[in-house]
Design a protein around this ligand. Structure first.
Ligand code: PLP
Length: 222
């Protein structure tokens, strides 16, 4: 058994059945992804297009690749043919571009609306108000090649459990509110990373994005 496979089994054993694990492989080589793949993992997350594309090309085609990081509009075309889910839709213009490129590929791409819940300026996302405006629009007809599956949020990078919990809970509550107000279904709530996924699940997350706890620490970060 490899370290990666041990880590993976350990984390999976703690996750409730309804929670999906996205193994965040950014900065790590395909050899490590291969280890996770052999251990059975099929959903991987990357945050840069220029890293995702070569990994997609080199790895088995039954992998579901999730784009989890900030996405520039001009790069959507490179991932539109194959990406399985985009967690980081943080602007309407980006959603329009994804819809356009998905159409060119005769695809419907699963997307999450990223909502800004942290106290840090460096994090991205729609405000609750902007997200509500989008979710209240006739988005299935406006963007027929996009499927809005739910919401994504990143909590503050903080040891303050109460604050992080408040942030996660605010997004979980917002999701329920949107579903009721607009009579829509948002099945996915993507919240939680290595240091806070347990708390995120307690607060209602059903998709966690875990990197360093599986693959080890990254030598560089962005
Ligand atoms: C890197 C990253 C993760 C994983 O972070 P870890 O702390 O390594 O688990 C999750 N989500 C996003 C958006 C990321 O960029």
């Amino acid at each position: 058994m490899s370290v990666v496979s041990d880590n993976l089994q350990r984390i999976l054993s703690t996750l409730p059945q309804h929670v999906t694990l996205v193994a965040v492989s950014k900065t790590h080589p395909v050899e490590l992804i291969q280890e996770a793949y052999i251990a059975g993992q099929r959903i991987f997350g990357e945050n840069r297009v220029q890293e995702l594309v070569p990994k997609y090309q080199q790895m088995p085609k039954d992998i579901q690749w999730h784009l989890i990081g900030t996405l520039q509009r001009n790069k959507v075309k490179y991932i539109a043919p194959f990406v399985s889910m985009i967690h980081s839709v943080d602007q309407l213009d980006l959603l329009k571009e994804i819809n356009k490129e998905a159409g060119k590929n005769s695809r419907i791409i699963d997307c999450l609306v990223q909502v800004y819940i942290a106290s840090e300026e460096t994090k991205h996302g729609f405000s609750f108000e902007e997200a509500s405006q989008l979710l209240g629009s006739d988005f299935t007809h406006l963007y027929p090649n996009v499927r809005i599956c739910g919401l994504m949020g990143m909590a503050s990078f903080s040891n303050d459990v109460i604050q992080v919990k408040r942030e996660f809970t605010s997004l979980a509550n917002f999701k329920s509110e949107m579903e009721t107000r607009y009579n829509i279904k948002l099945p996915v709530l993507s919240m939680g990373m290595s240091n806070d996924y347990g708390l995120a699940i307690e607060c209602g997350s059903n998709m966690v994005r875990v990197g360093s706890s599986i693959f080890g620490s990254r030598t560089y970060s962005y």
